[in-house]
Every structure is written in C-alpha cells, then in structure tokens.
Write a protein that binds this ligand. Structure first.
Ligand code: LLP
Length: 421
C-alpha cells in the first residue's frame, strides 16, 4: 500500500506531481511519502496493540534525518548498527531509551557513546564483544542492558545475500554456545542480561522460517529463566517482506503479529521489533530521466541518468523494481522490451533485462518504485557522481531533505600531499 498514483495523466506522490519535483530538483533523486510511512507504522502498531512492544525502526533501511524525524513523531524507536546511526537517531529526536544497538562489529567508542545515551539494549553477537562491553561499561560505572543475538540455524528462504540465520553466517552467537555465553554474561561486571535477540534475514515473505526461529528463541528463553537468567525481552529483529511487483503476496504485519502472539504465548516479555523495509520500502521511489536509446542486434538499451551508484539493489541482489513513467503512458503506445541501464562503467550497472514497457523516448522521466528502503542509504559517488538528492512529500508540499552536493564539496575531504603541490 502506498501513495504513488496517476492523476491527470501524471504520476503523483500524495498531492504532488513527481514531474514538479524532477523539474525543481533534477534527476536522479529519491522521493518519500509521509502518508505511506505513517500508514505503515500505524498498521504495525495496530497489529501489536495487545502485545507489550517497542517498534525500533531499523535505521539502515533509510537513515535520512527527515525520515527519522517523521518516524520519531509516529512513536518509533530505532535499531542502529553504528555510532553514526545512533547519532542520526538522536538528532532526529529519538530518545536513547527507545534505541537498540545491533551489529557484529561495535567499537569501544560506539559502546561508550551508546552507554552515555542510555540506550534500551545492546544486541551482543560474540564473547569478544561481550567482554569489551563489560570493560567499557565497568570503566564508566554503568550497567549495559544486554540481549545476546542467537543464530538459530534456520534458513530464511530469501536471497542468500540477505540471509543471516544459518550456522555459516557471520551473525549471532552459534546455537551450541548460547548457554555458556549467557553464563559468562551473568558473571561479567557492567553487564545486565535481560533479553534474547534473533534476526534471520530480510525480505522474508513466508512466516514459517520466522516461526521456526522464534519457537527456538522462546524455548531458549524458558530454559534460560530456569537457569536463573532474568529474561524480560525478546527482540525478533526485522525481515518482513514487501510486494515489489504485482502478484507478490508476502505475509502482512497482522499475520506476523498473530504468529508472534501465538509463539510467545504467556511468556510475559517485551517484544522488540526492528522493521526496516516494511516501513520504508514502498514509501519511496527513485526518479530518473532517459538519456539515450541504443539498439544492439538482439536488444535495445535504455540508458538512464541514474546508475547503480544511486540504486544498488539490482546490481547487488538482482532485485526487481517496477519502473513507471511519470507521464501516464497512452494505451496506444507500443509495448517494447528494454535492457534498462545506467551510465556507470560496469556491466552490473543494469536495472532490468528485457523489461516490457510502453515505449520510452529520450527525455522521458521514470520512477523506480519501492525504492524507499536500501536505496539512497546504499548510494555512492562512484565515477565521481554526486550523491543522489532526497525529497520528502507531505500532502501538497515537498522539500529537499538531502541536497545534491556540488563538486567542490565532493573534493573537500581530499588533499594533495606536499610533494604534489
Ligand atoms: N535488524 C537487523 C539486525 C538487521 O540486520 C536488519 C537488516 C533489520 C533489522 C531490518 O530488516 P528489514 O525489516 O529491513 O528486512 N540491503 C538489503 C537488505 C539488507 C538487510 C540488512 N539487515 C536489500 O536491499 O534487500
């Protein structure tokens, strides 16, 4: 469900024609819908009303400050994986006690920052990290609230590049070591163990693998309690899939919540959620303009002004994004097949192969749909291209929430050594 629709022959985001944004800001750029974000947060919150829960939005999906500020106002906390994401969440007005800190490679500086911000929970992934956190917290005279992220050895079923819950993955504490690590955590100074955390992957449309992982987690929680560990929280991670094209029917948040309610039963825990894509994915699009058409013997290349540096997902995961024209296509225009590519000097700079769509001409503007999550956050300046701009729409107004840098700013961090000046 989203708020991008055709009206008066033009694709709109809420009340704003995307053409107006493309004209004002140029392409490529990302456009986010406040109404869509709001709806998604409400749907999740409503699904979990009768469960004590914290929605810790996963900042990695889209860490734009205006996006975070919007979500903060909707009551979201944050799931962060670096000191930088923690600072972003705080700058957007998310209170420390609504922030959980995930990730396999937290630095001691990150830990100290998070402790001074009084975060809700550290999701710890190894013995080494646990000892480091114990030292940092003790030195600061604090107690770090900790959940151990366990690796349940469950295959998520999605793309292997975004699957995290099998024993060969770098994520989580190996299942056979979890009890020992909880025992260690109970002894270490500066550590207060209160939770179990699990996250098996992303874009998971089928609830069965999640249920399998959560059932193991709930069993483990009961066992840990019997061993005297005061577990009061279960962090179920993120991972819910979204529809990327017609016919995709991933499990909705209501079914997900129902499954969690069933599995958690009468355990009496706070459930922490770390949704990312399900909030932001369909709340954003990337706008681009067609530069050239190039005919090869067996195909036609549609060359755009956006490249893999602006939207990495197709190159990284062979991900599908629908591509819609900003001007509604006339029904009598011919259907054509295109290989949609960008200007980057890499063969993987390809958004789609043999995509059937109404004829596109140079100068036409296009929207890559469902690009609000893992879009702009993954962008780079490869080929010395300026970072893509980001725009937030709210009703009939829009604003640039990350402007495109000018070339001089791109050079600002670089310096010539003495011997080259
Ligand atoms: N929690 C943890 C510990 C995570 O690692 C992730 C995502 C999330 C929550 C949020 O998951 P979500 O609800 O968004 O599925 N770049 C890839 C996705 C990488 C996901 C990384 N971790 C893509 O574009 O598909």
């Amino acid at each position: 469900m989203h708020h991008f629709h055709y009206r008066d022959e033009e694709l709109h985001c809420e009340e704003v024609p995307l053409r107006a944004i493309a004209e004002a800001v140029g392409t490529p750029c990302y456009v986010y819908s406040t109404a869509t974000m709001t709806r998604h947060v409400r749907v999740i919150a409503e699904a979990f009303t009768d469960i004590a829960s914290l929605i810790a939005y996963s900042v990695k999906a889209n860490g734009n400050l205006a996006v975070l500020a919007t979500l903060a106002r909707l009551g979201c906390g944050a799931d962060v994986v670096s000191g930088g994401e923690l600072k972003r969440a705080r700058a957007a007005g998310i209170a420390g006690e609504r922030i959980v800190f995930s990730g396999v490679g937290k630095t001691r500086d990150d830990m100290a920052l998070a402790l001074s911000e009084g975060i809700h929970q550290f999701n710890v992934e190894s013995a080494g990290e646990l000892r480091a956190l114990s030292q940092v917290a003790s030195a600061m005279g604090r107690d770090a609230p900790v959940a151990l992220r366990v690796n349940p050895d469950v295959a998520a079923g999605g793309h292997p590049n975004i699957s995290t819950g099998k024993s060969g993955d770098k994520f989580g504490v190996p299942w056979h070591e979890t009890r020992d690590l909880y025992a260690l955590a109970a002894q270490l100074p500066g550590i207060h163990v209160s939770g179990v955390d699990v996250h098996i992957g992303s874009q998971i449309g089928d609830l069965a693998p999640m249920r399998a992982a959560f059932e193991k987690t709930v069993d483990l929680t009961r066992e840990l309690r019997e061993r005297g560990h005061p577990i009061t929280r279960i962090d179920v991670g993120g991972g819910l899939a979204i529809p990327y094209r017609d016919g995709d029917t991933p499990a909705p948040p209501s079914a997900y919540a129902g499954m969690i309610r069933e599995v958690v039963g009468d355990l009496d825990v706070e459930v922490i959620l770390e949704p990312g894509r399900v909030i932001m994915g369909n709340a954003g699009v990337m706008l681009s303009q067609a530069l050239y058409l190039k005919d090869a013997p067996d195909r036609t290349f549609l060359i755009l002004d956006a490249g893999m540096n602006d939207l990495m997902r197709p190159a990284l995961y062979e991900a599908h994004h629908d591509v819609w024209p900003l001007a509604a296509p006339r029904a009598d225009t011919a259907l054509k097949s295109y290989d949609i590519v960008g200007p980057i000097c890499e063969s993987t700079d390809k958004f789609a192969a043999r995509r059937e769509m109404r004829e596109v001409r140079p100068g036409d503007r296009l929207a890559f749909m469902s690009a609000g999550a893992y879009g702009a956050v993954l962008s780079s300046q490869y080929n010395a291209r300026p970072l893509v701009a980001e725009i937030l729409v709210d009703g009939d107004r829009f604003d640039i929430v990350r402007r495109r840098p000018i070339f001089e700013e791109m050079l600002q961090l670089e310096d010539l050594p003495d011997w080259l000046t």
